[in-house]
Structure formats: structure tokens, C-alpha cells
Design a protein around this ligand. Structure first.
Ligand code: HEM
Length: 128
């Protein structure tokens, strides 16, 4: 049996498929946070202003959002928010030292993906 230390790559492995699940949660949490800040918040504020401002504005955007392709894009943003929300709760629990060990950290990372997908499916079901 060899006792030589395990060879490690001398470069950053940026392939997302090689990241452990907590790493994936983290990178998607950062991306979703940035996208929620822009363009989601400005878009939501604009839509609220237009749809609450007049009946014509409401009917125009209702027609836009009834198209299946638009609903699919909307569901993408719903997943972004759901992922950010559940991952955010996980980070808050980690901040108070809950689930810090390797196995629980891996399990809660998986749970974040499962809950994010479940919330998106539920809203998708209500949307259609
Ligand atoms: C539209 C609403 C939101 C926006 C625009 C937003 C945006 C962001 C951004 C840009 C970051 C920094 C990410 C990074 O650089 O790693 C962040 C971090 C964070 N967000 Fe949000 N967020 C929102 C909602 C929420 C909600 C509802 C929660 C509650 C669960 C939450 C929990 C967190 C936590 C805990 C962090 C820090 C994570 C860490 O320690 O690295 N966020 N958010």
C-alpha cells in the first residue's frame, strides 16, 4: 500500500458538475441573489405600477403572462427566489452552528434543492 499523498490538481476546478452539493447551493445562492436584485426587483416594481395603475395596463400584462413561454420564464424566476429563500434559511441556521458537520451540511444542501423544486412545481401547478 502506498503512503504517498493524494495528487491534487494545481488549478481551480471551475466545473460546476465537480462541486459538492453545498458548493452548488452556494454558487446558485449568489447568482440568485444578484438576479433578484437586478432585474427581478425593478421588473416587479414596474409591473405593480402598470397593473395597479389602470385596467388597460392590467389587461395588457394579463395577456402577456397567459402565454406558456412567459409562464416558463416566470417559473425560472420563481425557482431563483425559492432557492435563495431556502438556501438563505440554511445559511442562517449554519450561522447559529446548526447542521455544520459534513453529513448534515450535505443533507440540508440536498433539502434546499428539493424544497426549491417542490415550491416551483407547486406554483407552476397553480399558474397553469
Ligand atoms: C428579493 C429579495 C432578495 C434579494 C435581492 C437578495 C439578495 C442577496 C444577495 C445579493 C446576497 C449576497 C450573495 C453573495 O454575494 O453571496 C444575499 C445573501 C443572503 N441572503 Fe438574500 N436576497 C433576497 C431575499 C432573501 C431572503 C427572503 C432571505 C431569507 C431566507 C435571504 C437570505 C440571505 C442570506 C442569509 C444571505 C447571506 C448568505 C451568506 O452568508 O453567504 N435573502 N442576498
Amino acid at each position: 500500500m502506498t503512503t504517498a499523498p493524494k495528487q491534487r490538481p494545481k488549478y481551480y476546478d471551475l466545473n460546476l458538475a465537480h462541486l459538492p452539493v453545498p458548493g452548488l447551493v452556494s454558487i446558485f445562492h449568489r447568482i440568485s441573489g444578484a438576479l433578484l436584485f437586478f432585474p427581478v426587483i425593478p421588473a416587479v416594481l414596474y409591473l405593480m405600477q402598470v397593473t395597479l395603475g389602470s385596467e388597460a395596463g392590467w389587461l395588457r400584462w394579463q395577456a402577456v403572462f397567459s402565454q406558456p413561454a412567459v409562464k416558463v420564464v416566470l417559473l425560472g424566476f420563481v425557482w431563483l427566489y425559492a432557492h435563495h429563500f431556502f438556501a438563505g434559511i440554511r445559511y442562517l441556521l449554519l450561522d447559529v452552528h446548526l447542521g455544520v458537520a459534513k453529513e448534515p451540511a450535505r443533507a440540508t444542501a440536498m433539502l434546499v434543492f428539493v424544497l426549491g423544486a417542490a415550491a416551483t412545481l407547486l406554483i407552476g401547478w397553480r399558474l397553469w
